[in-house]
Structures are given as C-alpha cells and as structure tokens.
Ligand binder design. Structure first.
Ligand code: ATP
Length: 192
C-alpha cells in the first residue's frame, strides 16, 4: 500500500514523516530524490539545460539550485514545465524503490503530490496543515528568508483548502495540537 504525505511549504510534512519512520514505515522523499535524479538521468539533465540554459550546471556538474529557484518562483509556467519534466522520472524511481520494500505500507513525501497528479498513484493521501502565519514564521527561521519571500512561495502553491479536497487524512501540525497522537491514529487506520 502506498501513502502520499503532502502539504505546503513549512506545514511540517517532513517532521510528520520522521514520526512515521520511527514507527518502521519507509519514506521516499520525492523532492530530495528529484535533486539526485537530475544528476543521474542524462535525459533529465538535457531537459534542464533546455529550460534554463547551460549555466544551470556548474563545471563540476552540480545543479545551480539558486538559478533554478530564482527563475521558477517568478514564473508559474516555467514551474509547471519543470514539474512536468521531473515527475515521470520520480514516479519511475519511486516504483522501483517500492519493489524493494517489505513494510505493510510505504510513504511518498512530496510537496506537489496533488498538483503533479501524483496522488493518483497512491492509495491514501495524508495532508499536513498549519496556519499560514505559523508556516511563514517557521520558514523564516529555518531558511533565513524574508517574510515576503516566504509569502511569495506560499502564494505559488495550492491553498490548503483546495489540497484538503484530495486528502483522506489530515495532520494539524500547528502549535495547539500534538502531532504524535494524530500520526499514531492514522498509522492504526492504515494498518487496518
Ligand atoms: P518544506 O516543504 O519547506 O520542506 P515541511 O512541510 O517539510 O517544509 P518541516 O521541514 O517538517 O516542514 O517543518 C518546517 C519547520 O517547522 C522545521 O523547522 C520544523 O522543525 C518546524 N516544525 C514542524 N512541525 C512543527 C510543529 N508541530 N511544531 C513546531 N514546529 C514544527
């Protein structure tokens, strides 16, 4: 069984996934893996060069993530193009990874699971939410970004209300409710 965990920037999805991991559930971190795949897959590399130009890779072969982020956050169409390019590779890699797992279920953590239609390839979706103000504060502290920059990123993603329509479970990772009991409850349901 495949379970997707998603949520907007700073919602707390990685923190929630760490709790699932501590329960013995394997987690595939799609966004982290995507960064490695760009270096491993020649076709993906060519696609990036087409979209961003030669300078997207430095002389030592590393991806210039600042250049990518700087471009896509001001250009929704480009963001869409990058997602369209990367997702088939991630999907294939995730399926390969799944074959090796033996746990009762596995998790795919992805920020754009719904937007990329990746939710169609999993059996259940867990949405992690927190009020926008808390998310802004968290990301400002974690990444040393300005309020404006964080808000810009939040505004470029789908609203939590819209993501909720595609979700089976929700973890409220705010400053009020305890996260661990919510995860335990979902884990129990998923094992059923
Ligand atoms: P991103 O999409 O930006 O990677 P994310 O949804 O994976 O974000 P996390 O990295 O899990 O979010 O959390 C963002 C920050 O908020 C981290 O610094 C984390 O320690 C903190 N955080 C997460 N959940 C909570 C919580 N329930 N209470 C307080 N702080 C939290």
């Amino acid at each position: 069984m495949k379970v997707g965990v998603t949520g907007g920037i700073g919602s707390g999805k990685t923190t929630v996934c760490r709790i699932f991991e501590s329960l013995g559930i394997p987690v595939y971190y799609a966004d982290v893996r995507a960064k490695d795949l760009v270096l491993e897959e020649p076709l993906l590399k060519t696609g990036y060069i087409k979209l961003f130009g030669k300078n997207v890779f430095s002389n030592n072969g590393r991806l210039n993530r600042q250049l990518v982020a700087g471009n896509i956050f001001n250009d929704r169409m480009l963001l869409k193009e990058v997602n369209k390019l990367v997702h088939p590779f991630v999907r294939r890699d995730f399926e390969k990874w799944c074959q090796k797992q033996t746990a009762p279920y596995v998790i795919e953590e992805a920020a754009v699971l719904i937007e990329s239609e990746g939710y169609k390839f999993v059996d259940n979706v867990v949405l992690v939410t927190a009020p926008d103000e808390i998310r802004i504060e968290r990301v400002m502290t974690r990444d040393q970004h300005s309020r404006e920059k964080v808000m810009e990123r939040i505004n470029n993603q789908w609203k939590q209300e819209k993501l909720r329509e595609f979700s089976d479970f929700e973890v409220r990772a705010d400053d009020v409710q305890l996260v661990i009991p919510q995860v335990l409850e979902i884990h129990k349901e998923l094992l059923k």
